[in-house]
Design a protein around this ligand. Structure first.
Ligand code: C2E
Ligand code: MG
Ligand code: MG
Length: 699
């Protein structure tokens, strides 16, 4: 039963409606038919009873005479008249003793005849009812009498078959009509039901469409019917609210998305150059490396650091600095293909990612292009700004497969490009990594080297080319490292400059050199002392005061001290630095330009600095006198220095020929292994003493 209820509940409303109608209307029809049949049965039977009774009465009266005279033939004839009444099956006339006097039987085989046979008892009983009826037939009993004299009893029996026949006929006629009516009304109901359920079906179709498409702008059609109309209106009202909520939600989501995009853009974007920033660059690099790993491709990473940008920014102001960065980024972008990544990854640093590169040679080509693009001066507000760049390159997977290592290596290569004289590019090499490792180790130890007294000074004699006398020495620092042994200044000075430790180291060098010089002066050797100064020291505002204090403290006159600067230090010089240089020379200290010829400074530019001497770099001396180019350059430098009344010192003299060439061309002083390697102060003392005795002997 429960299953049936469940099954019914699962059916569609229209199906339920149809079945309800079919069951109720079918039931009503059956009930009304049964009712009609009942009425029919009653009337047919009543008519049959009346008919049998009247026939029994009539035949009973007719039999009176025949019974009175015991005329069986006449009585038989009278009874036979019942043959004309089709329903009468049998009739028996009994005498007063209850013996059958005469009988009539329509059908000898009809068992209904037995009914009459049972009658004598009734005939004998004066109180017996005159009518008995069962489902087979009707039995009517009549007394045959004359006046008060009873002559016998007549029993007439009729069959009810005719009643059944009529009812059957009625049913045969009524059933098809009933079925036809039922079908007709079912058909009509189906039509009507569709009409009634259409608004509900439309409602469910709309809700189904909404849930499928998520389109809350759809609405159900409102039916004029009160109930379904109300349902549709409520449904639409609900949709209105959902749609409003949806709109609000969508607006909220859009706003949030807009903010997210803005934040994301801010986080990935450099507002000055309109390029992406380091954050974006690193994210892209990671993705590009992942792709390169998957498809076995080569990726190139370039770090570009602008040379001299800080000077431009400091001297011309930040607005011009920003404009310069913008123009530089535009020029750099012109060298790239579509899809290459260019980002500003630091103050004056740019990063480039070249994806899916067939060969490493592309990197050098692009680097050359970048340098060429930046070679032309940049015009900003009437200024012609010369800006170069130092470029470091690392390649995936040749140099490293890890993003952080690639970044570090590009930075290391860039550092090499910068230190190698700027405006250049360098590809990363494994030896750079070893160097970087060494630098790291040295950097950690450098800080403690001063306290631990691990530095010593060596001196290299400077000889007057005319007289051949030692007229000065250059102080050259040495680091006696407890594990690494003697470390060259070329290895640790750049690190000391980067970390700033060069400042206290430089002060120590100056003090030590002055002390040794003081001793030699006291011994009667009138030497000059050349001390190397680093760019970092020159930037210290207290430099002049510190130098003069040391000289005073040790008791050495400033004119004996010569400070060696490099060309690049002068190129980057700010007005403060210039003032410092003037203060030093004003105090009597002499300035010399070291490694002259390796930088970019022009002679005329040098005139603006209070420099007294030029030290010709040993790279020119090395080729002397055979190499015509070196010879020409050296001659030119000497000639120009003379015209500017500067003293000329040649470095790295290793052969007598070199010495002869330089003397012949008017060089003043020489320094090199030919005269003596850098050595401890004691050895210089011995050399000086030996020279004096030789001079005494000659005299
Ligand atoms: P520099 O000032 O140009 O020093 C000359 C360098 O040339 C010295 O190298 C010296 O040993 C080397 N040299 C001299 N004669 C010859 C020669 O005939 N042939 C060859 N092949 N080389 C020769 P060192 O001592 O290794 O110094 C290297 C650089 O370290 C110096 O170049 C200087 O720039 C820097 N330096 C040395 N001591 C100091 C210091 O106390 N302070 C600062 N700031 N820098 C220093
Ligand atoms: Mg020097
Ligand atoms: Mg030098």
């Amino acid at each position: 039963m429960e299953q049936l209820i469940e099954w019914i509940n699962r059916q569609a409303l229209s199906t339920k409606l149809k079945w309800t109608y079919l069951v109720t209307s079918g039931g009503v029809m059956i009930l009304s038919t049964l009712f009609l049949i009942g009425i029919q049965l009653y009337f047919f039977t009543a008519a049959l009873i009346r008919q049998t009774q009247s026939q029994a009465t009539m035949v009973g009266e007719n039999l009176t005479a025949a019974m009175a005279f015991a005329d069986a033939d006449a009585a038989g004839d009278i009874l036979s008249a019942l043959r004309l009444a089709p329903d009468v099956q049998s009739a028996v006339a009994y005498d007063v003793k209850g013996h059958a006097f005469v009988s009539f039987k329509r059908d000898q085989n009809n068992p209904a005849a037995a009914l009459a046979a049972a009658a004598p008892a009734a005939a004998r009983d004066p109180h017996a009812g005159d009518m008995v009826m069962d489902y087979r037939g009707i039995k009517v009993t009549r007394r045959i009498q004359v006046g008060n004299r009873v002559l016998g009893t007549l029993v007439v029996q009729s069959s009810v078959k005719s009643v059944y026949r009529q009812l059957a006929l009625y049913l045969v006629l009524a059933l098809p009509v009933m079925l036809a009516l039922l079908s007709l009304s079912y058909f009509a109901l189906s039509r009507l039901q569709r009409f009634f359920t259409a608004p509900i079906l439309a409602l469910s179709a709309v809700s189904e469409q909404i849930s499928r498409q998520g389109d809350y702008s759809l609405r159900a059609q409102v039916s004029p019917a009160a109930d379904v109309g109300l349902l549709a209106r409520t449904f639409n009202g609900m949709l209105d609210r959902i749609q409003n909520r949806e709109r609000e939600l969508e607006a909220e989501i859009n706003e949030r998305k807009r903010i997210e995009i803005k934040l994301d853009r801010l986080a990935h974007f450099d507002p000055v150059t309109q390029l992406n920033n380091r954050h974006f660059f690193n994210e892209r690099l990671e993705a590009v490396i992942a792709r390169a790993r998957k498809f076995d491709e080569r990726t190139i990473l370039m770090f570009i650091d602008l040379d001299n940008f800080k000077t431009v920014n400091d001297t011309l102001g930040h607005d011009i600095g920003d404009e310069l960065l913008r123009l530089v980024s535009r020029r750099l972008a012109e060298t790239l293909r579509f899809g290459d990544v260019l980002s500003r990854i630091g103050g004056d640093e740019f990063g480039i990612i070249l994806e899916n590169v067939s060969q490493g040679g592309v990197a050098s080509m692009i680097a050359e292009k970048c340098l060429a693009k930046l070679a032309d001066p940049i015009h900003i507000h009437g200024h012609d700004i010369h800006i170069g760049a130092s470029i470091g390159i690392s390649v995936y997977p040749d140099d490293a497969t890890d993003m952080h290592a690639l970044l570090k290596y590009a930075d290391t290569a860039m550092y090499y490009a910068k230190n190698g004289g700027k405006n250049a590019w360098r590809m990363f090499t494994p030896s750079m990594r070893d160097d970087a490792h060494k630098r790291f180790k040295l950097d950690n130890n450098l800080r403690r080297a001063l306290e631990r007294n691990e530095f010593v000074l060596h001196y290299q004699p400077q000889v007057d080319l005319k007289s051949g006398d030692i007229v000065g020495v250059e102080a050259l620092i040495r680091w006696v490292h407890p594990q690494l042994g003697m470390v060259s200044p070329s290895d640790f000075i750049p690190i000391a400059e980067d970390t700033g430790v060069i400042v206290p180291i430089g002060e120590w060098v100056l003090r030590e050199a002055c002390r040794d010089l003081k001793r030699w002066h006291e011994q009667g050797f009138p030497l000059h002392m050349a001390v190397n100064l680093s760019g970092r020291q020159l930037k210290e505002s207290g430099l002049v005061a510190a130098v003069l204090a040391t000289l005073r403290e040790v008791g050495v006159e400033p004119r004996w001290l010569e400070l060696e600067l490099t060309e690049s230090m002068l190129m980057d010089a700010s007005t403060d630095i210039l003032d410092r240089l003037h203060a030093l020379t004003d105090a009597g200290i002499q300035l010399a330009i070291d490694d002259f010829g390796t930088g970019y400074s022009s002679m005329s530019y040098l005139k603006t600095f209070p420099v007294r001497a030029l030290k010709v770099d040993r790279s020119f001396v090395r080729g002397l006198p055979q190499n015509p180019e070196d010879a020409a350059i050296t001659r030119a430098i000497i000639a120009m220095a003379r015209s500017l009344r500067m003293e000329i010192v040649a470095e790295g003299i290793e052969t007598q020929e070199q010495s002869d060439f330089l003397r012949a061309n008017g060089c003043d002083k020489s320094q090199g292994y030919l005269y003596g390697r850098p050595c401890p102060a004691a050895q210089i003392g011995q050399m000086l003493a030996q020279a004096r005795t030789r001079a005494c002997i000659v005299d």
